[in-house]
Design a protein around this ligand. Structure first.
Ligand SMILES: [Zn+2]
Ligand SMILES: [Zn+2]
Length: 257
């Protein structure tokens, strides 16, 4: 599977856009401001979007995407998320005050977008890749997605999460991963803030990897806060992750998994 890193920052700034990844050109994982890196003709290829949670940095370009594509959409864009996240989106974004409710436009029987609730553990298959939601630990209801390709490749994207026993247990259940794509929002100096806001710091990343029964072959990190980026990167360089190769993601790059 082709994984394009459109946005992987924990904030904004020149060259810094928030979480959005594209899988095989037609599917998105989250719809943060990184989505703005795609030209219109590439946006037109998007058919399916998996959302991890309702925080703004993960959904901010979803309303604009649907609006951009409105006149061109032949079949509804399928948006998947936990029911709680969908409720939040409908109540606070697609509420006719912040943005129109596109799930009823141009009419309710033939809308441009369908909001589909996911269930933990229930896989959704899109063009040869399955996406199975798994629980993580964040400040609002959040799920990660376990991607498995028909060529046997396995990638887990946690979205935002902190470190905890439950997260280790859940990732263990996913089996051997080629890639664990997760976050590292804060430096260890802000460990307590990481715990309270339910994000990861470098030490937590190390604990997570070293407590897994089968460490992933690679770990890809994103969501570094722009103002603390250098500090986080230098702490990450000192980690001892044994069998796992660590990569800090850069925007507008892509990988074959
Ligand atoms: Zn979040
Ligand atoms: Zn976030």
């Amino acid at each position: 599977m082709k994984v394009e890193i459109l946005g992987c920052s924990g904030g904004m700034g020149l060259g810094q856009q928030t979480t959005c990844y594209r899988i095989n050109e037609h599917t998105l994982l989250d719809a943060g401001s990184g989505l703005g890196n795609l030209p219109q003709k590439e946006l037109l290829k998007i058919e399916t979007i998996f959302i991890t949670h309702s925080h703004l940095d993960h959904i901010c370009f979803l309303p604009l995407l649907i609006d951009n594509l409105f006149e061109f959409i032949k079949k509804p864009i399928q948006v998947y998320a936990l029911p709680e996240a969908l409720d939040t989106l409908q109540e606070h974004i697609f509420n006719w005050k912040i943005w129109p409710d596109f799930s009823t436009l141009p009419n309710a029987t033939n809308p441009v977008v369908n909001f589909n609730p996911v269930k933990i553990g229930e896989k959704i298959t899109v063009k040869g890749i399955s996406y199975t939601p798994f629980p993580v630990e964040h400040i609002v209801p959040t799920c990660g997605y376990h991607l498995q390709s028909d060529t046997g490749k396995s990638l887990a994207f946690t979205g935002d999460t902190t470190y905890g026993e439950q997260v280790v247990k859940t990732i263990n259940q996913l089996g051997q991963l080629d890639v664990l794509m997760t976050e590292c929002a804060f430096p260890d100096r802000l460990f307590e803030l990481g715990k309270v806001s339910k994000h990861l710091t470098p030490t937590m990343v190390e604990d997570l990897i070293n407590n897994l029964e089968q460490p992933p072959r690679e770990i890809w990190l994103s969501h570094l806060k722009p103002s603390q980026q250098l500090e986080i990167r230098s702490e990450l360089e000192k980690l001892d992750l044994k069998a796992t190769r660590l990569k800090v993601l850069e925007p507008c790059t892509h990988f074959q998994v």
